[in-house]
Write a protein that binds this ligand. Sequence first.
Ligand SMILES: Cc1cc2nc3c(=O)[nH]c(=O)nc-3n(C[C@H](O)[C@H](O)[C@H](O)COP(=O)(O)O)c2cc1C
Length: 292
Amino acid sequence: MKKQFIIPAAMGMAMVMATTAMAATWRTGAAPNENRWWFDDDDGTYAVNEWRWLDGNGDGVAECYAFDSDGWMYADTTTPDGYQVNGDGAWVVNGVVQTQQTGVQNTPQSQGDSRILIAYYTLPETDGTDTDAGASRVAVGGGVQGNVEYMANTIAQATGGDLFQIDTVQNYPTLHEPLVDQAEREQDRNARPELSTHIDNLEDYDVIFVGYPIWWSEMPMAMYSFFDEYDFSGKTIIPFSSHGGSGFSGTPSEIRRLESGANVLDGYTVSRGSVAGDSSNLRNWVNSLNLQ
Ligand SMILES: Cc1cc2nc3c(=O)[nH]c(=O)nc-3n(C[C@H](O)[C@H](O)[C@H](O)COP(=O)(O)O)c2cc1C
């Protein structure tokens, strides 16, 4: 098994991020384990010694499941780190199943008749010292969001636009060092990671906010897959990003190069340590665009 993600109990559930991929799936064991469940990542690995937020039916709502050291899902028990799971294996608090909006849907879910779409890619890391300074995530209520995800939600609230999470078939490491290495390898070979989510109704939108973290002074290669897939000619693209010091790194110009028929605005970027504290500035900037 090449990918193991062991969550120290001390980190707590709030640190655990959703990782979903359309090809990954739940499976039951062979006899005598036909009533036991495991989660197949469909890349030769499976969930083991970890908690995962999993959205089995693709409705954008994930439940949280724990897996033992052999990969079996815990059910109807108290997990070794002290949390209750029900008969379906879902984490419960006082009998209430805990859920998280994953935002990962096959295609944007229309909230009304908005012509605004907020498409974003985020990969919140699970290491780092806290959720405010220097980390790649923001604490929101009882859960956590990636920095770009948090910005996307803020923009959606300000505009009434529809949210769409750009996601890949393959899972990425959520620990910083392996993620940095993988991103560098992908960039070196100009990779185009296969996407697992797709906009089936692009004609419904005139304005597309496009959000991403800065990776190695560029957009993540999944964003190149995204721009390869769609022709945004005649539409307005508004880039937004979160970064660790590089700013936009010229990525809006790169988007102009990739989508020459679109009107690409200069966009908005914020340092990863300031994402939560900057939300009113982001809102003000969105309002100043006078999109409605
Ligand atoms: C693989 C990788 C490479 C990164 N490279 C850069 C970089 O070149 N410049 C920079 O300013 N920040 C860089 N960062 C920091 C991210 O842009 C920053 O943490 C961002 O807020 C992550 O957003 P997310 O939580 O939505 O994924 C990098 C982060 C990762 C994981």
